[in-house]
Structure formats: C-alpha cells, structure tokens
Write a protein that binds this ligand. Structure first.
Ligand SMILES: [Mn+2]
Length: 425
C-alpha cells in the first residue's frame, strides 16, 4: 500500500488508466494498485466523460456494402407501396368501392337555344290492297282482307295525326312528307294472287284511293303544315306480266292510285305531289339527301340465307350508296319497303307492311312481324331524331297482335346461378 496524500506518478497514472479501460470496477482497480479508491473513481469518471477517441477511417468496401444495403431496402419499401396502391385501384375498379362517399354529379341544364321545327316523313308502303290472308291457314296468327286493310289504314292515319300533335313536343312540324312506297295493291302478278285476291287491281285502286283521301284529309285537319306526297312504283302494282325496266312507273297501278289522289287534291295548295318517272325518288330535307325506292330494284335479291331479308337489304343499301356516289351524290338516308320486315340498317330503314305475315311469308319461314308502318322526324341539324313503328293490328285480327299473358311461365331448361355481389335477402 502506497502512502496516502501523495500525487500519483506518471507511471501510476498510466497503469490506473490501462486497468480502468479493461472495464474493471474502479474500487477493484484501486485495491490492485494499492491506491485510494476515491482517486480511482475520480479517474474512471474523468475517463468516461472524456471525448471518445477519434474513430479509425471507415473501410470504403464496408461503406459500399452498407450503402447498397440501404438502397435495396428503400427500393423494396417503394415497390411495396406501389403494389399496395395498385391493389387499392383494382379493388376500387372492381367493386366500385372507394374511400369516402361518391361525389354527386349535377348535369347542367340544356342551353335554351332556339327550338327548331322538324319535318315528318311517313313511309307508307306494301298495303297489298285486295289481298286475302286466311286466319285458319295462318294457324290463327294473322288475317287480312279489304275490311281489315281499311281498319288498319285508318288506325295508321289516326296514329300519324296523334304522333304529330298530342305526342309532339317543340315547335309544330314544318312539313309532312308522305311517301307512297309502292305495292299499294296486291295485283295479279302471280296466278295464285289472281285466284285468291278479294279485289282485282282496278277496283282495289278505286277503293284504296277513297281511303287515302280520307287519311290525307285527316292529316290536313290535324296539322297546319304543308303535305308533300311522293309516289313510287312497286312490283305488285305492275300491269305487265313480268317486271320491266322501261316505263315501270307509268305502267304501275301504284302510280295510277297516286294520279287519282293528285286529281282529288288538284286545287289544294297545301298538298303537293312528286311522282318521279324513275323508280327512285331523290329529295332533300334541310340539306339531308334522302332516297326512297320500293326495294325490288336495289341490285340485291333472294339469297337471304338464315339471316333473312336483313342481308339482302344491307347488300342493296351498299349498292344504292355506291350507285349514287358514282353519280356524285352522297346519300344521307335510304328508305325502302318491299321486304315487309321493319329494319334499321346503317344507311337507312326497311318498312314493314299492312297485311303482316301471309301464307307466302310463312312458307318461306320469314319471322312473323306485326303489320306496321314507319314514321320519322328529321331535325335540321341532327337528322333523324325519331323513328317509330306504327303498329296497326288488333287481337281480333290474329294472335300476333295479342299481348303475351303476364303469367307466362319462364322455365329455362338449365338454371344458371345468378352472379351477385350482394348476399340474398
Ligand atoms: Mn314489294
């Protein structure tokens, strides 16, 4: 034990320091060196509060390794965040579930521009006046004869008047164009028709004209606008044995009917007639170029296959468009009848008929369509804004016109489970 009260020598100091740096308890260190434990504790305190010894310069290889490790971790974190966001997007898209309530959308009111008057076009065709269709031979589906034809035509004109007034909104119609689209009479073009028709062509024309006059007078009294009548020749109205290309309009009972009508309205400034010598009528409504023709001369016939008349009509429309394009006329709308099948295709419309399904259409297994006629509204800027099929039959004329019973059972052969995101109530 060294004497107390004496300062430590340089060597003693170094020994104490070395010992303390090994981490030994200061009291033990003091005992080993035989000095005052307070001195050792003081020295230990001074050592621990002293600034740490400067570190050795970092190893650049180790540094590189650590930096790489950090960037890998950051990359992994970013990728995880991206995947979480993507999962949220998919969930949002699939279920339409997004956090928070949906933003309500308000549609702005339409600008109050100046309302424009429109023109009505009625395509009245394939009336087959005088043809007879037997209810029993048609399995109760449909029937036709002069009385039914008269009643259906009356319903047709009443509906045109209704659609142009009571069911019309905006300014009253500018003009009504009534297209008499051919096949107004059944005709004797086949031996079968000649044998079964209720009326021959000439009495049929006479009877029909009386009813058309009544119809036009009804339109005149309901509407204030001018009425234009365009007449076309169909294949059933021909007075020649076979269809002829030359003089097809002037030899047609369809045109004869419209000539009678024209005589009737000769002194009426509100009703005007346009009867082309051609089988086509080309006219303009607000600059829209419209072509109407009966439909038997469209460069496409038969060969409908399982698609039915739609394929034949579509082919015919393309041929008509190409024909007129070659003449420098780009058509906006084509209207035809003839197929007794209400259709809307790219280029225009195919009209229905007044008789509805017949023994002939049944034999061809053409899909039965209700007797109907085409009503269109043309807007100066929008073109066709309304197309309506005026259905003119009633249940007494055949089961085709009866509504389906509302308790008709729906029994699918195979039940397919419904897919729903909600649990059944
Ligand atoms: Mn026809």
């Amino acid at each position: 034990m060294r004497a107390t009260g004496k300062h430590l020598s340089k060597e003693e100091h170094a020994a104490l320091r070395t010992l303390l740096l090994t981490g030994i308890n200061p009291s033990h260190a003091a005992r080993q060196l035989g000095m005052d434990p307070r001195t050792a504790r003081r020295a230990a305190k001074a050592l621990s509060s002293a600034a740490p010894a400067p570190e050795a310069p970092a190893d650049p290889v180790e540094l590189r390794r650590l930096r790489d490790r950090i960037s890998a971790v950051v990359r992994e974190r970013d990728e995880t965040a991206r995947r979480a966001a993507k999962a949220e997007d998919i969930r949002g898209a699939v279920f339409g579930l997004v956090d928070g309530p949906l933003e309500p959308v308000a549609f702005p009111a339409l600008g109050r521009g100046e309302a424009k008057a429109e023109t009505i076009i009625v395509f009245l065709s394939d009336l087959h006046w005088g043809e007879r269709v037997d209810l029993a031979q048609m399995d109760g589906l449909n029937s036709y004869g002069l009385d039914i034809a008269r009643a259906r035509l009356a319903r047709c004109f009443r509906t045109i008047a209704d659609l142009s007034t009571a069911h019309w909104s905006g300014p009253p119609p500018d003009r009504l164009i009534l297209i008499l689209g051919g096949d107004l009479v059944s005709g004797e073009i086949h031996a079968e028709l000649a044998k079964t028709n209720e009326a021959q062509s000439i009495p049929a024309v006479r009877d029909l004209v009386g009813h058309l006059v009544a119809g036009i007078n009804l339109l005149k009294s309901s509407l204030a606008c001018p009425i234009d009548i365009i007449s076309l020749a169909g294949n059933h109205g021909r007075s020649t044995m076979k269809p002829e290309s030359k003089g097809s309009a002037e030899t047609s009972y369809d045109i004869l009917a419209s000539d009678f009508l024209e005589m009737q309205f000769r002194d009426d400034a509100r009703v005007s007639f346009y009867t082309p010598a051609s089988v086509d009528a080309l006219f303009s409504v607000y600059g829209w170029r419209i072509m109407a023709t009966h439909g038997d001369r469209i460069g496409s016939r038969g060969g409908a296959g399982f698609i039915g008349p739609a394929a034949t009509a579509a082919r015919g429309f393309k041929r008509i468009a190409a024909d007129y394009a070659a003449r420098g006329i780009l058509l906006d709308l084509v209207l035809i009848g003839h197929f007794h099948t209400p259709l809307q295709l790219e280029e225009g419309f195919v009209n229905g008929s007044l008789p509805g399904p017949t023994e002939y259409s049944r034999d061809g297994r053409f899909r039965p369509h209700q007797a109907q006629q085409l009503f269109l509204a043309i807007h100066p800027r929008r073109g066709v804004t309304q197309h309506r099929w005026i259905k003119v039959g009633v249940p007494e004329e055949g089961s085709l016109y009866a509504p389906p019973p509302d308790d008709r059972p729906l029994r699918p052969r195979f039940r397919v489970p419904a897919i729903t995101t909600r649990s059944p109530v």
